[in-house]
Design a protein around this ligand. Structure first.
Ligand code: UDX
Length: 434
């Protein structure tokens, strides 16, 4: 199969590299010449475990290449994937589709022969209809089918998620297009991944429903955690107790500082808007969005309370800034609200993150950065675990205790147990454990 991937960001690059690894002939396109130049020189612009090697291997095998020229990449392709960004629109929170539609217009002008155009970007219900309309309007003669094929990749585990998916969702009513998509994903039959072929609108909505459900699950356990703290219960044991029921399932029941990242905040908001526009509001998701926003801000208040009610003039050391481990992504990270809340309350904030400091710098004003966890804790009045990087799972508490002015540990990811930490003379607070 010849595949053109339009957009070489996170989704495009991971998907393109994985398709090439399946043996397909893949060309990744991006408008940003600096990005393409870097990729051509073997430099990967994002941090994703295993991606460097995967891209390198497939480029060497001649199956993967990069270009800024859309037209030659699209001409002769069997499948053209649209994997451009769909950021939240300023003001109303609706997904901004201008990049998707611009890509559709350009693709239309370049198609030769039967081509399946696939929206991989997360797009609101009905976007596939509009993409098809744009293509048919721009190139009435083009032989084309427009398919929805949402991605379910987690950052930090994207390659594994792509190669061993729980399911593949393909939205098309066109049998010929379904056959092309089957061929594209054929290598995954070996992994027995279920392929769900359904209507295009159903596929589009499935993506939003999946993310909104997961965000709801997290928000549910976060609120149960708050209640645990008040009634003397332990949220981790509650999560285990309910998660062992197969109807509930144990994943995504880890209480924390609120979800962040490139998908959940944006997709929940977009679903809320779509539902309102269609007169079928999803109030449970509206509440999830509001609760999660408030929670991120509440985390700064939790740290302040752990410091005895005031952080004015105190030094607070943050371990982890990215929205989750194994990524350098700072989008909607809880750390953004935590830093703002602490600074507003007069704290001096110092931070360390294994991969995220470069991305954090332009977003977080007035904080200083350390080169490791111990350096970060030097002279601090409180240490806060914000992101559960592996590097923070076996901290030397005696060393930290000796370095710090006050021994306060706020563990927003429940990495440690109270006993372990208090043994070293720390005052310990975590999430949902009374
Ligand atoms: C998510 C979806 O999992 C993925 O299928 C979709 O395609 C894109 O969005 P991602 O944002 O990369 O992936 O990360 P994920 O691991 O799902 O975590 C999202 C957020 O939820 C993080 O902030 C994480 O810390 C938080 N989270 C997750 C919890 O607080 N508790 C949990 O139990 C799980």
């Amino acid at each position: 199969m010849r595949i053109a991937m339009i957009g070489s960001g996170y989704v495009g690059l991971v998907s393109g590299a994985c398709f090439a690894d399946f043996g397909h002939d893949v060309i990744c396109v991006d408008k940003d010449p600096a990005k393409i130049e870097a990729l051509q020189a073997g430099r990967i612009p994002i941090f994703e475990p295993g991606l460097d090697a995967l891209v390198g291997d497939n480029v060497r095998q001649g199956r993967l290449s990069f270009t800024t020229e859309l037209a030659p990449a699209v001409a002769g392709a069997d499948a053209v994937f649209i994997a451009v960004g769909t950021p939240s629109r300023r003001g109303d929170g609706f997904a901004d589709l201008s990049f998707v539609y611009a890509a559709a217009r350009e693709i239309a002008g370049a198609i030769t022969g039967y081509t399946v155009v696939v929206t991989k970007s997360t797009v609101p219900v009905g976007t596939g209809d509009e993409v098809e309309h744009i293509i048919r309007e721009t190139a009435p003669e083009a032989e084309v089918a427009v398919v929805s094929n949402p991605e379910f990749l987690r950052e930090g585990a994207a390659i594994d998620d792509f190669k061993r998916p729980d399911r593949i969702v393909i939205g098309t009513e066109d049998a010929r297009a379904a056959a092309v998509m089957n061929e594209v994903y054929r290598p995954l039959y070996l992994n027995a991944a279920p392929i769900l072929v359904t209507g295009r609108r159903t596929a589009e909505l499935t993506k939003y429903a999946a993310n909104a459900f997961l965000a709801t699950k997290i928000t549910f356990i976060n609120e149960i955690a708050d209640l645990c703290e008040q009634v003397g219960a332990n949220v981790q044991e509650v999560a285990r107790g309910i998660g062992l029921d197969n109807r509930i399932g144990k994943k995504f029941l880890h209480a924390g500082p609120g979800y962040g990242g490139s998908c959940f905040p944006k997709d929940t908001l977009a679903l809320v808007k779509t539902a309102q526009d269609h007169g079928a509001p999803i109030r449970i998701v509206e509440t999830v969005v509001a609760v999660n926003d408030q929670r991120k801000r509440a985390m700064a208040r939790k740290v302040i309370a752990a410091c005895g009610g005031s952080v004015r003039g105190k030094t607070v050391a943050l371990l982890g800034l990215t929205f989750k481990p194994n990524t350098d992504d700072m989008r909607d990270a809880p750390s953004l609200s935590i830093v703002a809340g602490l600074r507003d309350a007069g704290a001096i904030v110092r931070a360390y993150d294994p991969e995220g400091m470069e991305q954090a710098r332009p977003l977080l004003e007035g904080i200083t950065y350390a080169e490791d966890a111990y350096h970060c804790a030097e002279g601090a009045d409180a240490l806060v675990i914000v992101t559960e990087w592996n590097a923070f799972r076996a901290l030397d508490f005696a060393r930290l205790r000796a370095a710090m002015t006050e021994a306060v540990l706020v563990d927003l990811r429940n990495v440690y147990s109270r006993n372990t930490v208090e043994k070293h003379g720390f005052r310990y607070s975590s999430i949902g454990i009374a």
